[in-house]
Design a protein around this ligand. Structure first.
Ligand code: SAM
Length: 310
């Protein structure tokens, strides 16, 4: 990614436009990011062998790309469902590193994040440690003031539907897409993956989105990484359902990036009777908190301030 100092001529694709307060990218880097399809295959790096214990860990390099687009160097990033810290590692990899806060309900995954940092330090690749808080994000986010964060990037917990569409031990290794079974669910009743129904899950996510909206600075963005699912003979457009709930909470939908997971293996789900998709992509849904309106100028009090006829 090419960065130049601000102040270079507006309109020069190789310069940072002086009007750009979102990030520190040149015009051409900005344009490249806005493609709605991402086909990058990320290497199994940054202690992936430890992080893969969590079946849904995200590549830190992907999170870095998102964070570098949606923040400047002074930006504060939040991941309310931090898992083993894909977003936190991504924030540490940014140039310059961003400050990030992660919230994770399961102590087990927080521990993995700490082990990852220790391992990287032992390998001579130490990354700045980010703030990882253990607890229910709905509770923990209340500690932060309004508008505290400049970007939210998260990969929400999956509801009951996902487990059944994953390998589940049903297919032998030659047919599995994943190197581990999905096992990120904890026993905590506040774990959103434990809710009874999909409707309960969406309602809980809407509550989280309301809290996210509050702690996000006006005009700033939230990126949700979502994998859709096929359950009980029906395809579930979870990314669209979650985008709808985020909109109800006050976010404005801005777009989606389809992340193609090259290298996904194929399983013979419906063969030879029916079409059942092999889902080889995830959505990165981009939402924005509306910018705050400038306050109307205060009009002086008294009869002289009145306009005739008002
Ligand atoms: C899909 S995973 C996120 C994985 C993460 N992106 C990573 O790279 O490791 C979702 C996480 O949300 C956590 N979670 C579920 N309910 C939660 C809640 N109420 N508050 C905070 N974390 C929660 C789960 O334990 C799970 O680790």
């Amino acid at each position: 990614m090419v960065r130049r100092s601000k102040g270079e001529a507006a309109g020069d694709a190789e310069a940072v436009d002086p009007r750009n307060t979102l990030n520190e990218m040149t015009g051409s880097a900005w344009l490249y990011f806005t493609k709605s399809l991402l086909v990058t295959a990320y290497p199994s790096d940054w202690a992936h062998d430890l992080r893969r214990e969590h079946g849904a860990c995200k590549p830190p390099e992907l999170m870095k790309q998102l964070i570098e687009f949606f923040t400047t160097g002074s930006g504060r990033v939040l991941d309310p469902f931090a898992g083993v810290g894909g977003t936190l590692l991504g924030a540490s990899l940014c140039i310059p590193p961003r400050r990030a806060v992660g919230v994770e309900i399961a102590e087990r995954w927080v521990e993995v994040y700490r082990r990852v940092l220790k391992r990287l330090a032992a390998e001579g690749r130490a990354l700045p440690e980010q703030e990882m808080l253990t607890g229910d994000c709905l509770e923990v986010l209340r500690r932060f003031p309004e508008g505290h964060f400049q970007f939210i990037a998260t990969d929400p917990p999956y509801n009951v539907h996902l487990e059944r569409t994953m390998c589940d031990g049903k297919y032998d290794e030659s047919h599995t897409n994943r190197r581990t079974d999905y096992n990120m669910r904890s026993d905590d009743p506040a774990d959103l993956a434990n809710l009874e129904t999909y409707e309960d899950y969406l309602a809980a996510m809407e509550r989280v989105f309301r809290e996210c909206l509050r702690v996000l600075e006006p005009g700033r963005y939230m990126a949700l990484i979502v994998r859709n699912a096929y359950q009980s003979g029906r395809y579930m457009f979870t990314h669209a359902d979650l985008a709808g709930r985020a909109e109800r909470a006050g976010f404005v939908p801005k777009g989606e990036i389809v992340w193609y997971q090259a290298g996904s293996r194929l399983r013979p789900y419906g063969y030879p009777y029916a079409y059942v998709p092999n889902i080889a992509h995830q959505y990165i849904v981009v939402l924005r908190k509306p910018p705050s309106r400038p306050r109307p100028a205060r009009r002086p009090r008294g009869p002289s301030a009145r306009t005739p006829g008002s």
